[in-house]
Design a binder for this molecule. Structure first.
Ligand code: RAM
Length: 349
């Protein structure tokens, strides 16, 4: 189900409750807060030059400061799994205690991650899951089916009378998270409620602003009657909104999907993107790091049914590890003109 309930001030905010190049940056927790038991933890995002992953890293840095350990972020500058593998191998060589990874391709990174696990390194997936068996715990940002339904619902909301052609501008073709969401969206679109929405298919912008722009333009050329671009990627949604505005299509073509409040604020106000969603990305990074600490210290094994609490996330209420060792952060938020300013301030991203 996809409920929306008031969250901050009445009517002001909404929650969806849902059934070869490299660069690096690092932070070190204060020595006093770093018990030897936690050790060195490496975070490997899909790509390092995506603001979304900078926010998740900030959350993980906050957790390192609170919980101890030394955190480093390394990763490719393009969302490309073959470029993630050398970073995993270096982490194995460096005998880190845990790897936290958003997989560009679930299966491509699996052998290296399994090698890490065999060496005693704990592996936490976050954001985009590695293949089953290639992580100890996957920290999912929200229920996958629920995100898919949310995308269909937002497309229906922004398309006048829930009618017209819609198409998806995704991230990388191999991205586990986007592919699962798009599948779930298409399942939802079969429902009679969405019978007047016509699905034109999906194109891939690789979470690259230039490629995403080109792909958004191509969608508009290929489908002159397109009403909605659904971009379930923080990079793609901005590119799509920019293309709609540069082609003077505000009010004719609508953009929705998953974006950061800051990145999308201007487009909500002009009306090119009346509504979109995202989760608290800082909390996602915090929970991923805290989960790694739980595994490294032996507090959890990563088995389904285990519970643990993280004081600063979920109001300190326990998380339960579910099927396939997946933990779900919590429901995402829907942003619109009534609440966008408030969320830019409160989330800060
Ligand atoms: C992009 C990435 C990330 C995804 C968000 C919504 O930043 O593809 O994996 O979770 O969008």
């Amino acid at each position: 189900m996809f409920h929306r309930i008031p969250r901050v001030a009445a009517g002001a905010a909404l929650v969806i409750v849902l059934a070869g190049c490299s660069s690096s940056s690092a932070t070190t927790a204060p020595a006093s807060a770093a018990p030897a038991a936690v050790g060195s933890i490496v975070m490997i995002p899909k790509q390092v030059n995506n603001p979304y992953f900078d926010v998740a890293f900030k959350g993980a840095q906050n957790a390192a400061a609170d919980l101890g350990g030394t955190l480093t972020q390394v990763g490719p500058s393009a969302a490309d799994a073959t470029q993630q593998i050398p970073f995993i191998q270096t982490a194995i060589t460096n005998k880190v205690s845990a790897i936290i990874i958003s997989a560009d391709d679930a299966t491509a990174v699996a052998p290296a991650l399994q090698q890490a696990m065999a060496a005693g390194i704990k592996v936490v997936g976050y954001d985009s899951s590695p293949a089953k068996g290639a992580y100890n715990v996957f920290v999912n940002q929200a229920d996958t089916a629920g995100i898919g339904k949310g995308l269909a619902d937002m497309a229906c909301d922004v398309a006048p009378s829930c009618t017209g052609e819609i198409a998806v501008l995704s991230a990388a073709q191999t991205a586990t998270n986007q592919n699962a969401w798009i599948d779930a969206m298409n399942t939802t679109l079969k429902d009679a409620k969405y019978s007047k929405l016509v699905y034109d298919g999906v194109v891939y912008g690789n979470d690259d602003p230039t490629i995403s722009t080109t792909q958004a333009q191509a969608l508009l050329s290929a489908h002159p009657n397109l009403k909605v671009i659904v971009a379930p990627t923080t990079v793609g949604i901005v590119a799509a909104a920019q293309v709609v505005e540069s082609k003077s299509l505000i009010g004719k073509v609508f953009v929705t999907g998953l974006g950061t409040p800051k990145g999308m604020q201007a487009f909500v106000k002009t009306g090119s993107s009346p509504e979109f969603a995202l989760w608290n990305v800082t909390d996602l990074g915090y929970l991923a790091y805290a989960t790694a600490v739980q595994l490294v210290t032996g507090a959890i094994k990563g088995n389904s049914g285990e519970t643990y609490t993280v004081a600063k996330v979920n109001s300190g209420a326990p998380y339960t590890i579910g099927a396939d060792s997946v933990v779900v952060l919590g429901p995402p938020f829907v942003f619109n003109k009534d609440n966008i300013d408030q969320y830019v301030t409160s989330f800060g991203f």
